[in-house]
Design a protein around this ligand. Structure first.
Ligand code: BJW
Length: 228
């Protein structure tokens, strides 16, 4: 890492798997229990809001009982001690990076712990349920939804992410299948900019072939080994 100054780290569901949070596409993952079209699109929310709100209420409640693992801890240590630019771009809607102590975290697919009012566009910290249609604390409308990015919606802060990628010396992808764009395309963006790329994942992902180096194993082992 001697010649590395600026790092972009992309994390996915695999980094939180060993904290007991289901991934999306592994055996027994979330999408085996719920078809993605039924719960993670704006059309699904319009068609059956109770199903969607219940799905997110259950996950929001479960996440609050989970704890950061050794991979989150190692990334938080790296964040605290790294003097160059560093950005942890997470696709995860949990807050385990922050609870481990990381500060430079960007949630490109939003967070479970906000409610978004579609009437006044205010985001409010939220740990309770949404199925009972609470009123927005700002405008009183009953128009709150989970502050997460569904298929067909624009992920958050893309300009900031691409700027960080352009300025990076190293791009590291941790625990993500490479199935969902635009995150799955970051490795190719990085390579186009001649940025070094490294994948840390349980197994070969859909994007493994794009990385300069790919290491396979559980995040709680690979990430601390890479950081120390
Ligand atoms: C471990 C481990 C351990 C397990 N240790 N590893 C056709 C072609 C290309 C694109 C499209 C297309 N048709 C439609 C699109 C666009 C679409 C898309 O990508 N669809 C694909 C299905 C093809 N994308 C969108 O619609 C996005 N918006 C968009 O594109 O806007 C336009 C735009 C264009 C250009 C620039 C900018 C914008 C929005 C995508 C929103 C995704 N939303 C979700 C739900 C969020 C809320 C919620 O949580 O419910 O985000 S879907 C879901 O997938 C979630 C995740 O963040 C995301 C990625 O999943 P992730 O994290 O990779 O999890 P898994 O389960 O897939 O993988 C886990 C990995 O971990 C595995 O590899 C395991 O091996 C590994 N692992 N245990 C280490 N212990």
């Amino acid at each position: 890492m001697a010649d590395i100054r600026n790092i972009v780290i992309l994390t996915g569901a695999g980094v939180s798997a060993e904290s007991g949070i289901d991934t999306f596409r592994d055996a027994g993952g979330l999408w085996e229990q719920h078809r993605v079209e039924d719960v993670a699109t704006p059309e699904a929310f319009a068609r059956d809001p109770d199903l969607v709100l219940n799905f997110y209420d259950m996950r929001r409640e479960a996440i609050q009982t989970k704890q950061p693992n050794a991979a989150h801890d190692a990334l938080a240590r790296l964040d605290a001690g790294w003097h160059g630019d560093l950005l942890i771009v997470t696709q995860n809607v949990d807050d385990l990076h922050e609870r481990a102590g990381a500060h430079r975290v960007l949630h490109m697919h939003g967070t479970h712990l906000n409610a978004w009012c579609t009437a006044c566009d205010t985001r409010t910290p939220w740990t309770g349920t949404l199925i009972d249609r609470p009123h927005c604390p700002s405008c009183d409308a009953q128009a709150l939804r989970p502050d997460v990015v569904w298929f067909g919606e624009m992920p958050y802060e893309m300009d900031r992410i691409y700027t960080a990628l352009r300025q990076a010396d190293l791009f590291v992808s941790i625990g993500t299948s490479g199935a969902v764009y635009p995150a799955a395309g970051f490795v190719q963006e990085a390579r186009d900019m001649r940025v070094r790329t490294l994948e840390l994942n349980l197994e070969a992902s859909m994007g493994s072939r794009w990385f300069h180096e790919s290491r396979h194993g559980p995040a709680t082992q690979l990430v601390p080994q890479w950081v120390e």
